[in-house]
Design a protein around this ligand. Sequence first.
Ligand code: PAF
Length: 291
Amino acid sequence: MDIAGVPLQGAYTTKAVRELVGSWRLTHRTVALVPTMGNLHQGHLSLMKIARERADRVVCSIFVNPTQFGAGEDFASYPRSLAADESMLAEQGLVDLVFAPDEKDIYPFGSEAAVKVSVPQLHGELCAASRPGHFEGVASVVLRLLGIVAPDVMVLGEKDYQQLVLLRRMVRDLQLPIEVVAGSTWRERDGLAMSSRNRYLSTSERRTAPKLHGELQRVREALLDGERDLRAVETQASRALQDAGFDPEYVEVRRAGDLSRPNGLESADDDLIVLAAAWLGKARLIDNLRI
Ligand code: PAF
């Protein structure tokens, strides 16, 4: 397997990516896909590295998917930086192909009339409570990308943990021959999870933002110290976020495997995770931490 320094190629249509991946297949190369919406940062690059370790060829897709943004969300203003993303990938030398299709390529009949996939698990829960249709949009576009690229492996970040759980479920339920691999969340030095949306924070909000991670750490410590009242811990964290200037949507402790709600902490060896979403100014921040 080539480890680093591969030249980056670009494909901007479904036809072009299919031809290139098809030529790799002829020589029995395995393929990994890292789906992104671009505006790449260190967190994305760490996923490319995992992809490189898992397959002979790496494809990074860059597509700001309209169907996962709700009315009034930031689709129009979402940062688009294809040229900078391509230079970053070329410099990193771990990705063989950047696939940056336009909307017509992904949704030939238009995004409004597109076939949709829904993953009923966790319907209306966690991020799905405030973003109806979001995960349907994510699942629909990812299934299209998987159909186009036909990878052996797909690498996703743990920062979007609910997305990871739902896409794993989709792949299993549709029995797609694809291994889903997760990469850990990358953080700034002060603990803030890296995200393209961090750029919406003002200077003073940026100083406050790491408190989200701080509260998740406090929840973790409380549970590890023996606290058993989940509701109390969640409420306390939510209040602390409010006091710090956030507008929290949720702080919840769930089972890490399927994000189901634990009935309590009767079983000490439950594999748990605490997840949160909170607005800070114009930025909707999400984060999570394994207990
Ligand atoms: O996590 C993202 O960037 C997006 O939700 C994804 C998986 C690329 C689908 O558009």
